[in-house]
Design a protein around this ligand. Structure first.
Ligand code: NAD
Ligand code: MG
Length: 387
């Protein structure tokens, strides 16, 4: 029986993970769950799974949850300290890192330092501090398994044990697929008028609001390109982004001998989550079997950087190195938050990120303090520019 802690339990990845855990009560027991403010949803989860701990980052939400759950088996904690404490709990085997954004960095790192099996959905952690994070994974003997569907696909297409380096595997390139988001067919001049509701209506999946907007700008693919570089220990020149509107091929690995290995399936995050939870075994996930005859067609095309300037920005941030990626990530989080609130237009997102990057020259990402400082500066600068 494996004990699981789920960071970000109330979100889209969190709920998909709970669905898998519920299918396999003989394998997994949910030990702890965490969330930001959504105490009502958390109360439902706690009644259903009866975990030993629940952490709300927000202390008022924690107080509400305590009242809702009394009397009951779940102890409610709060704040960032509670999050880090639970992520590192010695009795836990698996930590699912499904908090959205930079807020996931410290709790995920706490789990790494405690040497857990980490199921990483929170790509922003690797974008902000990939070098430091991978070094910590190595020195604490943590086991990192990708949950992001593309990275989980690549992981499945590679020889076992390829996290951290592809040397000797005969890999030529990684082909990272992306749907192109809901605006892939919209005339360029119409992009200025799109609404948050339209951006969140992703064609191939029900995701949280931040990643939905990231998918529409394709910053998501930019973040994923950087995520893949750190995870698999390759340069950005070995990663090719390919548009694939059906989201059936989740990514591919092209080998020196001309073979290309792909991982396919219906677009449902329960597949990569189940894969990572049970790896190297295979367990049921509830995902509908793929009917290729019904799909009938798989299209592939190049991504146009005029339509998706965030792809170029992410490439340049990787090339600039150091703290550029942390600054880019922070500026993107502010821009997306503002767009979702109606504070800026969709087409302004990339411009805002570029302005922040131009005004914050990179320094080496030597330690966590430096990264967190740049994250903070980039957020302040982005908010200032937007005023
Ligand atoms: P979501 O918005 O649906 O859920 C986010 C979760 O994080 C919630 O439980 C929320 O309470 C918690 N959270 C938010 N802010 C927090 C804070 N400051 N402190 C602590 N907890 C906080 O997001 P999601 O779509 O589930 O995405 C989660 C992560 O997984 C993101 O990094 C995303 O890029 C990645 N991811 C998501 C999908 C998907 O299909 N949804 C696919 C691949 C990767
Ligand atoms: Mg993905």
């Amino acid at each position: 029986m494996k004990k699981v802690t789920l960071l970000g339990a109330t979100g889209s990845i969190g709920l998909s993970t709970l669905d898998i855990l519920e299918r396999h009560p003989e394998r997994f027991v949910l030990h702890a769950v965490t969330a930001d403010t959504s105490h009502a949803r958390m109360a439902e989860i706690c009644r259903r799974f009866r975990p030993a701990f629940a952490v709300m980052r927000d202390s008022a939400a924690a107080a509400e949850l305590r009242v809702a759950l009394e009397p009951g088996p779940t102890r409610v904690l709060s704040g960032d300290d509670g999050l880090a404490e639970i992520a590192a709990d010695p009795s836990v085997d698996i930590v699912v890192a499904a908090i959205v954004g930079a807020a996931g960095l410290l709790p995920t790192l706490a789990a790494v330092r405690a040497g857990k099996r980490i199921l990483l959905a929170n790509k922003e952690t690797l974008v902000m501090a990939g070098d430091l994070f991978m070094a910590e994974v190595g020195c604490h003997g943590a086991e990192l398994l990708p949950v992001d569907s593309e990275h989980n696909a690549i992981f499945q297409c590679l020889p076992a044990g390829s996290i951290g380096g592809l040397d000797g595997a005969g890999v030529e390139r990684i082909l990272l697929t992306g749907s192109g988001g809901p605006f892939r067919d919209l005339p360029l001049e119409a992009l200025g008028d799109v609404t948050p509701e339209q951006a969140c209506a992703h064609p191939n999946g029900d995701m949280g609001p931040k990643i939905s907007v990231d998918s529409a700008t394709m910053m998501n693919k930019g973040l994923e390109m950087i995520e893949a570089c750190w995870l698999f220990g390759v340069g950005q020149d070995r990663i090719e982004i390919v548009l694939h509107r059906q989201s059936i091929v989740h990514s591919m690995v092209s080998y020196r001998d001309g073979s290309v290995i792909a991982q396919l399936g219906n677009p449902d995050m329960r597949a990569p989550i189940a894969n990572a939870l049970a790896w190297p075994e295979r367990i049921g996930s509830g995902v509908e079997p793929l009917d290729l005859v019904k799909v009938s067609q798989l299209d592939f095309s190049a991504a146009d950087e005029r339509r998706y300037p965030c792809l170029r920005i992410a490439r340049e941030a990787w090339q600039a190195g150091g703290t550029s990626m942390a600054a880019m990530n922070a500026a993107n989080e502010v821009a997306v938050e503002q767009f979702l609130r109606g504070g800026c237009g969709f087409a302004d997102i990339s411009g805002l990120i570029e302005q922040v990057l131009n005004r914050l020259p990179p320094v080496p990402a030597e330690d966590l303090e430096t990264v967190l400082e740049v994250d903070d500066k980039a957020r302040k600068l982005a908010r200032q520019i937007l005023q």
